[in-house]
Design a protein around this ligand. Structure first.
Ligand code: TZP
Ligand code: MG
Length: 215
């Protein structure tokens, strides 16, 4: 699932700006994102049946492009639409509990900020780790201060075979140092969602990969 460098796009309706969210997702899929996470948060976020319907539509689009879909935080939604994975943060549910609820086959991503948190997440059965914010971000209102890549390097040194995804303020111009820290992928919201030409922007991200093999 994270064998080749991942361009992991996160989005919810709040990130789509003036665009229709599904149209934005399709542009990103056409542009070559490798992973998608539905992160439906903030003002005007969909709930209830509307959210389930939207998530199912996102899944349908992702399937057309062979791209796995992850759901942020919402275990019930992930199970309802039979997503490929779920992603949780440190302040969300207990990750061991989540692993029990989703079973062995659904992927579990956990946001961590240290080797200690990485250890705990892996003990709970995390499939991959999200680490950040690497750089400053305005997208997540409760984001921690920018952490750079030092902790990513420590986690990768301790757990070389565990996929780590860098997140937070990543743009084509600063992505290379994240790749060089040993990540399996970069997770991006605003730099893709807000791009004038989404496909061109994704291509710029691909160009930032040392060696340039995406999948
Ligand atoms: N977790 C840490 S930073 C962040 C999340 C969800 C937001 C990333 O958004 P952007 O726009 O790519 O900085
Ligand atoms: Mg969360």
């Amino acid at each position: 699932m994270f064998g080749n460098p991942a361009i992991y796009f996160l989005m919810g309706t709040a990130n789509a700006g003036t665009k229709e969210p599904l149209a934005l997702l399709e542009e990103a899929l056409q542009g070559g994102i490798t992973h998608f996470q539905l992160r439906e948060k903030g003002r005007g976020a969909l709930t209830g049946d509307a959210l389930v319907e939207f998530a199912a539509e996102c899944k349908g689009l992702c399937r057309e492009y062979g791209v796995p879909i992850f759901i942020n935080d919402d275990v019930e939604l992930a199970c309802t639409i039979e997503a490929d994975g779920i992603h949780i943060g440190q302040d969300d549910m207990d990750c061991g509990q989540v692993r029990k609820q989703i079973g062995a086959s659904m992927a579990l991503g956990v946001s961590v900020h240290s080797v200690k948190e990485a250890n705990e997440a892996l003990t709970c059965g995390a499939t991959y780790l999200g680490m950040g914010p690497v750089f400053g971000t305005r997208t997540k209102s409760d984001a921690k201060p920018p952490a750079g890549v030092a902790e990513i390097i420590k986690v990768k040194t301790q757990y070389p075979h565990v996929p780590v995804i860098g997140i937070g303020g990543i743009e084509p111009g600063n992505a290379e140092m994240v790749w060089r820290a040993g990540v399996s992928g970069i997770a991006v919201i605003s730099s893709i969602a807000g791009a004038q030409d989404v496909a061109e922007q994704i291509e710029r991200f691909k160009q930032s990969i040392p060696g340039r093999r995406v999948g």
